[in-house]
Design a protein around this ligand. Structure first.
Ligand SMILES: Nc1ncnc2c1ncn2[C@@H]1O[C@H](COP(=O)(O)OP(=O)(O)OP(=O)(O)O)[C@@H](O)[C@H]1O
Length: 631
């Protein structure tokens, strides 16, 4: 079955009946390796072809679908059709010409990419795959066309091989007949099968909005570059390897319509990426504000910085949950409930109480997006789900049970329906981890996998991540005698990496708890290495991912963040020490998993205590010294 993007269910409401029928035929009659896009704006000129069909061996096809009746067509020319409509006579583009123009604009862009050109032969420099265009008349039969347009004009105005008519897309048409019609639209057939990287490049050029940010971004498909930019500069600016959402991510991101959606994704699977895409889309589509919530103060700061870069801060409000509660109390002049609980808990109770009593209104937001939802308590989600405007009912919850570290339980521990979130049939699982090298992911998962709880009540089982990232150096586990020695070694490594060209901001020192952060900050200060120690809420709120300094923070604060290089300091620190009644080894290991999976390329884990955690680390760690991890 062909993959339709967005998914058919999510776009049925905006399709004409002819488009629906045609989309269903595409899904039913084309095989799995066909990609079909419906009504997606293309490039910087934002043209909307009805359908684009891409097949690795066949090439790319652009189609316009029309629901016109034969009797309503009053005049046909090369460029235009005159139609009799309920609101009078209308002149519209000839759909074949419309599809041709759209395809030519796209092809001009694709032709500039050296990796999509033929490298030898007569057609050297031309596109290395076939392309075509055509029109679909969903309510006009072939016979009606043949009878309606005299033969001497027909071939010029509506060439038969560029049309699919009503009777050629009916239920009785076989897959073979249907595909023959589609591929009859190509003037030429040539070339080798497109490779996966080439297909990614085609998508990268067609859809700049699903590119994954890199230094080269905007040079080609962005505001200033695009279709009119000089060829030489375009070729130079084109990245050798492009980063773009994978097909599952793209289909998910584009199919998120109104209503509730849940994404359960492993660490580094692009949950925050999809949240960012969704936020941009909603900012254009909605008038009411959008609320973006997470638990972590630093992640809120990172998301805020993203929203500011995209210029949508007037539309999207980003808070960590407790901050949002405080804002609600201030905005609606609600007093704190008087109990013995800590302030942050009282704030939450007070907001819940005020919403129940009608002192804080429900439905304030056009959409609510929740990142790192695994850290939210049931009552919080119940509260938040009431904050969505019932008209849009647009709620997106992203979570990963394996990263649940703030609660004692390592899974949601309640059903989503019990907190007002309609997840059934609306949940997508993302298994591919893109952030970490294979070595880092394997190390982290092997270390922690026995400590994730397999909660049989959970609606969704624990997911094992699959590595999609590249290979790199093995993580290095370093055991020394004292914390001071750990710090000394870590500082030597930081200096060595910086000398080799690694920016300070690409390195982070994470620690489970205790005094490691404070000591590390003091040494970095002494050594005059720029650092940002996120010791308190105030510092965390001001976290700036672009500031040129080494980040130092407790592991829990690093949730949702990522760094090229990570040092885990005092890795065998346990929240409760040996001998105490409630040593929470599983909790400590899950916290470690979060820290380890922040590292994109390089990971150093150092420890000096002897306990169950250090045994685990030594058992799983590589004692090979990565060449560049020697300070
Ligand atoms: N299809 C992809 N191709 C290449 N890189 C990708 C792809 N999807 C995501 N990434 C990259 O992987 C990294 C992790 O993405 P993101 O932060 O969105 O994951 P996440 O699921 O929110 O992770 P976590 O829950 O661990 O915080 C980012 O650097 C992102 O740009």
């Amino acid at each position: 079955m062909a993959k339709l993007i967005p998914s058919l269910n999510s776009c049925l409401s905006k399709m004409t009946s002819g488009e629906k029928r045609f989309a269903r035929r595409l899904e039913a009659l084309l095989e799995d390796d066909y990609l079909c896009w419906f009504d997606i704006p293309l490039g910087t000129k934002r043209r909307y072809p009805d359908f684009i069909i891409l097949h690795p061996a066949r090439g790319i096809l652009f189609l316009e679908v029309k629901d016109w009746k034969a009797s309503s067509i009053k005049r046909v020319s090369h460029a235009e059709f005159d139609l009799e409509t309920s609101s009078g006579r209308k002149t519209v583009s000839n759909p074949i010409e419309q599809a041709r123009q759209c395809s030519y604009q796209v092809l001009q862009v694709l032709e500039r990419d050296p990796q999509l050109k033929q490298v030898m032969g007569k057609y050297k420099g031309k596109l290395c795959f076939p392309y075509g265009y055509g029109a679909v008349f969903a309510n006009i039969t072939r016979n009606q066309i043949d009878k309606g347009i005299p033969e001497e004009y027909r071939h010029k105005l509506l060439p038969g091989h560029l049309l699919i008519c009503q009777d050629e897309m009916s239920d009785s048409v076989t897959a073979e007949e249907f595909q023959e019609r589609l591929w009859g639209m190509f003037n030429y057939q040539f070339g080798n099968k497109l490779t996966l990287p080439q297909i990614d490049r085609i998508r990268w050029h067609l859809f700049p909005e699903i590119r994954i940010a890199s230094a080269q971004e905007n040079l080609f498909g962005g505001e200033e570059g695009g279709e009119g930019a000089p060829e030489a500069s375009l070729a130079e600016s084109m990245p050798g390897i492009v980063k773009i959402m994978d097909i599952q991510q793209e289909q998910l991101a584009r199919s998120l319509g109104d209503g509730h959606r849940v994404v359960h994704g492993v660490a580094g699977s692009g949950k925050t990426l999809i949240l960012g895409y969704r936020c941009l889309y909603l900012a254009e589509a909605l008038n009411k504000p959008i609320l973006v919530l997470c638990f972590n103060i630093t992640l809120a700061a990172r998301l805020r910085s993203f929203i500011a870069e995209k210029g949508i801060n007037d539309k999207a409000q980003v808070y960590h949950f407790h901050d949002w509660c405080g804002e609600q109390l201030r905005a609606y002049h609600v007093d704190l409930i008087d109990t013995d609980a800590p302030v942050w808990e009282r704030q939450v109770f007070s907001v819940i109480d005020a919403v129940e009593k009608g002192h804080i209104p429900k439905g304030q937001y056009g959409a609510v997006l929740i990142d790192e939802g695994h850290d939210f308590e049931a009552e919080w989600l119940t509260l938040i789900s009431q904050m969505v405007d019932p008209e849009t009912d647009s709620l997106l919850l992203l979570y990963d049970d394996a990263q649940s570290i703030y609660k004692r339980k390592s899974s949601l521990g309640f059903s989503l329906s019990s907190v007002g979130i309609k997840a059934q049939g609306r949940t997508t699982i993302l298994r591919l981890n893109y952030r970490n090298t294979r070595e880092i992911l394997t190390f982290a998962y092997q270390l922690a996998k026995n400590y994730f709880s397999r909660n049989s009540d959970s609606e969704i089982p624990l997911i094992e991540p699959e590595a999609a990232g590249k290979s790199g150096v093995e993580p290095y586990v370093k055991c020394v005698g004292t914390l001071e020695e750990e710090i000394e070694y870590a500082v030597r490594c930081l200096k060595a990496w910086n000398n080799k060209g690694k920016a300070w901001k690409d390195m982070a020192v994470l620690y489970p708890g205790g005094s490691a952060g404070k000591l590390m900050a003091a040494v970095l200060k002494r050594e005059r290495i720029p650092y940002a120690w996120l010791a308190s809420s105030e510092y965390k709120k001001r976290y700036d991912p672009n500031s040129e300094s080494v980040s130092i923070m407790p592991i829990p604060s690093s949730k949702g963040l990522e760094f090229d290089t990570v040092i885990i300091l005092d890795a065998s620190y346990q929240s409760s020490q040996q001998g105490e009644a409630d040593v929470d080894l599983a909790g400590d290991v899950r916290r470690m998993y979060v820290g380890l999976t922040r590292a994109q390329e390089q990971l150093l884990v150092s420890h000096h205590r002897r306990n169950q955690l250090s045994e685990l680390l030594v058992g799983h760690g590589s004692n090979r010294v990565a060449s560049n991890s020697q300070g």
